[in-house]
Design a protein around this ligand. Structure first.
Ligand code: SAM
Ligand code: SF4
Length: 365
């Protein structure tokens, strides 16, 4: 289901001369203060007083991998030929920066397959107000991209590695590329200042072996290895019921072995990270099924077709492409504010309801 974005407010109240810079203001304390079209630099704050400072932008649905929990049969159909263009992305990011977005994560599908990914990183990085540009990737041919990503200003890279066993990695993704990927990641650590994190979907069968390997991996590397609790979508129910494990199995082990949790920053992702005095890196846990997980939500998502997803598992999305096509930043800002009262308080994964999300390649997890 796709909704057309409601246009609330009068876009003409915005001066085209208004700066793209974000002026810090105190968060509104009441619903009434949430949307005031006369203050275009007002930060986005939803109906539950959550400040939304983090945008996750999918730049393509397409992916070359076949991760068994995401696209077990590979990408189906023809890759759309109308993904957001670089000028549209530039408009999008200027609008989001104007309402307080500080961090943008580029995701997909597999973002690195876009030929203009360097231009996209550079465009986002050059936007006043954006402090951090991050990307999530499967790391395919990482070594080929590293220098250009670093030069374009990429700050953080999350690579998905569901197993440190090359055969299991091959089985889980369809690609026998783990040894090359690990070598490329060491090159990243040696030759760039890109902050590296690793994502791994928590599966009952591989959890303990992965944890022991990850603890070893981060001993001498400044890397966070993050387990993501397996989320059910309409495409993966059988695997979910066979493999879903709760975050406690990791957290209990960490706490029992001297790992200490850290407090999250305001633009950080949802992981709780644990450190240990004998280890340079950290182990993280993203636990979307945990109580109060959504209380600290700080994000909005935009698809590669220019649709806003107010929650990863919402029942619909909202088309903002018209503003991007017409370089209409005031109209976009106005519309983003109009979404604030309807951002859902939380997902409904506990009721096995993943909304319109068939698999996470659609919007990037
Ligand atoms: N292709 C890139 C990658 O794999 O890193 C970016 C897109 S991928 C959808 C983003 C993240 O979502 C990956 O770390 C992946 O492991 C995770 N993911 C995908 N499906 C998931 C699921 N059902 N539950 C939890 N995490 C999932
Ligand atoms: Fe592709 Fe990422 Fe999904 Fe794996 S998790 S199939 S790499 S989009």
């Amino acid at each position: 289901m796709t909704h057309l974005a409601p246009t609330i407010g009068n876009a003409s109240v915005y001066s085209p001369l208004v700066s793209d810079g974000y002026e810090s203001t105190a968060p509104p304390t009441s619903q009434v203060a949430l949307f005031n079209p006369t203050t275009p630099t007002q930060p986005l704050t939803d109906g539950f007083s959550r400040r939304l400072t983090y945008l996750r932008l999918s730049i393509t649905d397409f992916c070359n991998f076949r991760c068994e929990y995401c696209l077990p049969n590979g990408y189906q159909g023809k890759r759309p030929d109308d993904e957001l263009s670089v000028p549209e992305i530039a408009t999008l990011i200027r609008g989001f920066a104007q309402v307080g977005t500080k961090k943008v994560r580029i995701t997909g599908g597999e973002p690195s397959i876009r030929r203009d990914v360097v231009e996209i990183i550079d465009t986002i990085k050059q936007t006043p107000g954006i402090e951090t540009v991050a990307m999530t990737s499967n790391g395919y041919k990482l070594g080929k991209h590293l220098a250009s990503w670093q030069a374009a200003g990429l700050n953080q890279l999350n690579i998905s590695i569901d197993s440190f066993d090359a055969d299991i990695f091959h089985k889980m993704t369809g690609f026998n590329t783990l040894p090359q990927l690990l070598a490329d990641m060491d090159t990243l650590l040696d030759t760039t200042d890109i902050k590296l994190k690793i994502n791994s979907v928590l599966m009952a069968e591989t959890a303990f072996e992965n944890l022991i390997s990850a603890i070893d991996y981060v001993k001498d590397r400044p890397v966070t290895y993050r387990f993501i609790e397996f989320m059910q979508t309409s495409d993966n129910s059988d695997l979910f019921f066979a493999q879903h494990a709760q975050s406690d199995i990791i957290v209990d082990y960490l706490l029992a072995h001297g790992w200490q949790p850290h407090v999250r920053g305001s633009t950080d992702g949802p992981a709780i990270e644990y450190s240990h005095p004998d280890h340079m890196g950290r182990i993280g846990m993203i636990a979307p099924y945990a109580a109060h997980f959504c209380d600290s939500c700080n994000r909005l998502r935009v698809s590669s077709q220019g649709k806003v997803h107010l929650c990863l598992f919402d029942q619909g999305n909202y088309d903002i492409r018209q503003y991007l096509q017409h370089d209409d930043v005031p109209g976009l800002v106005d519309t983003l504010h109009s979404f604030m009262p309807i951002k859902p308080e939380h997902h409904h994964l506990h009721e096995s309801n993943s909304g319109i999300m068939h698999n996470l390649s659609i919007i990037g997890g």
